[in-house]
Design a protein around this ligand. Structure first.
Ligand code: 4AZ
Length: 491
């Protein structure tokens, strides 16, 4: 019988530790007694059944050395693993240094049953090689850190993979947030990259440099009128959807947006919900001049919104809205994106474009599906802005693309598609955000929709901002004439 992924499991020197007693053994007057494994103990039988004879002998000694509490934990963990993995789990423990094995069991003992379901559930989807990343992390980090990483609750942005200074964006952050900018340990990076496979962002993007894309803005929920999104029942459904409790700042993320100068921004029409004006204006803010969304910094009030009257939620045509702020923003790290003069900013197919956003990061067949293609949960949003490079694609490439055709998607006037060979793509939560021609700082597109995200050879669909040049000019003029705290449809 082949055990699930148990190659390379013997590490030199590790087995020698087994001769030692791992845990206190009850001592009787006439010397140590070794209690036999609980007769009929389902876990013990199950584990032994997956071991070769020599391993089963070692396991018996190991099991005898465990405290009753540790036996319970061992049963709790292995009971949640898959067939063939029970034996592998104890082999991993037995191959470890005794102190580390004790810490492993203590770590698992610290989880409640829902957390154990989560952690063991993910382990059961992974092979022994991936499990090895857990003790490696435990050797390098405090238990609290390992807990957070295993539970998928770690703040992915509390430390960074590179050593680039975060000084520019740190200016805009509360001191507590600015102080977080540390470099991740190798163990943490290895764990995230190999166990969670989350080095890719936007979909397959990387963190934006601190000095770029300063036109990027965010439409966020804010304040008391957003309470419904934070209620116990909302949290419960978020837990079901995302597999964990979300941070408030993640819940508050709605969409991307682009600063175009003065008091104005553009976003996607589908980002503007139909809530009553009083609710909308009290509970929405624009965040500008920062690449981080995990805090209450850089939030400005909205004065009016002009949503394109021709927006069609079926075809996604005219997916554009103009946002007017109450005040002109004065942030240091703010650059306006230039508006294009013509359709597609006059660029040829193949032109490279800079995509940025805080949205979903995993490839998925449907952006409405919280589970990614690999079965993992999506992160609802990422705290620090991500970027990727895509190129402008010819229309027929998308109209003939299988993933477009099976969904009956066709490009309409005012839309274009853009993608990358390596599968860099926008996804849910990036909507309304920019595609910019880096060489000129010209806004070319707004993230709109697409067939899934990051699917092989499948571009995403963008609003052709140049197609709406006239609409934007007229909308800006009309916004000034509109009443404050009012959303308008504008043709
Ligand atoms: C969305 O749901 C979405 N891959 C945005 C962009 C893309 C797909 C979906 C493009 O907001």
């Amino acid at each position: 019988m082949k055990r699930a992924g148990n190659t390379n499991r013997h590490r030199t020197g590790a087995i020698a530790a087994l001769g030692l007693c791992l845990f206190p053994v009850p001592v009787a007057a006439n010397g140590p007694i070794t209690p036999a494994p609980i007769a009929g103990s389902a876990a013990y039988e199950q584990i032994s059944g997956e071991l070769y004879d020599d391993e089963a002998g070692r396991f018996r000694d190991f099991y005898d050395s465990l405290s009753e509490a540790d036996k319970v934990i061992l049963a709790e963990v292995t009971g949640r693993l898959g067939e063939g993995q029970h034996g592998t789990f104890v082999l991993m423990l037995m191959d470890m240094d005794t102190g580390l094995a004790r810490r492993m069991l203590a770590l698992f003992a610290s989880f409640d049953s829902a957390q154990l379901d989560f952690v063991a559930g993910h382990m059961s989807e992974r092979t022994y090689e991936k499990w090895q990343l857990i003790p490696e992390l435990l050797e390098a980090e405090q238990e609290a850190t390992v807990r957070a990483e295993l539970l998928g609750e770690a703040d992915l942005n509390a430390c960074y993979a590179d050593d680039t200074s975060n000084a520019e964006i740190a200016d805009d952050l509360a001191p507590a947030q600015a102080a977080e900018g540390q470099i991740c340990s190798e163990a943490v990076l290895g764990f995230r990259g190999q166990y969670w496979r989350t080095p890719y962002r936007v979909v397959r993007g990387v963190h934006a440099d601190p000095d770029e894309a300063h036109w990027q803005a965010q439409l966020a929920l804010h304040g008391a009128s957003t309470k419904a999104f934070h209620s116990a029942s909302a949290r419960e459904s978020q837990r079901k959807q995302f597999g964990r409790d979300l941070h408030d700042w993640e819940i508050n993320h709605i969409c991307g947006a682009v600063y175009i100068g003065g008091r104005f921004l553009l976003t996607a029409a589908h980002c503007i919900d139909s809530s009553r004006d009083a609710v909308f204006f009290a509970g929405r803010r624009m965040r500008l001049g920062t690449q981080r969304i995990d805090g209450n910094h850089n939030l400005l009030q909205i004065r009016t919104v002009l949503r394109h009257k021709g927006y069609d939620s079926q075809t996604h045509q005219n997916d554009i809205a103009l946002i007017e702020l109450k005040d002109t923003p004065g942030f240091k790290n703010l650059t306006e994106a230039k508006l294009p003069q013509s359709s597609r900013a006059g660029l040829d197919n193949g032109a490279p474009l800079l995509l940025t956003g805080w949205g979903y990061q995993r490839a998925t067949e449907s952006a409405g599906n919280i589970r990614a293609q690999d079965g993992e949960y999506q992160e609802r949003a990422i705290a620090r802005l991500l970027k990727g490079s895509v190129t402008l694609r010819p229309d027929p490439e998308c109209n003939n693309n299988r993933n477009f055709r099976i969904r009956k998607y066709r490009l309409r006037p005012g839309q274009f598609c853009a993608g990358s060979q390596s599968g860099i793509d926008s996804c849910r939560g990036d909507s309304g955000g920019p595609l910019v021609d880096r060489s000129t700082g010209t806004l070319v597109g707004l993230v709109s929709f697409g067939p899934g995200c990051g699917l092989a050879k499948t571009p995403g669909v963008y609003v052709d901002v140049g197609y709406y040049t006239d609409w934007i000019v007229r909308a800006k003029a009309a916004a000034g004439r509109g009443r404050a705290n009012t959303k308008y449809l504008f043709e």
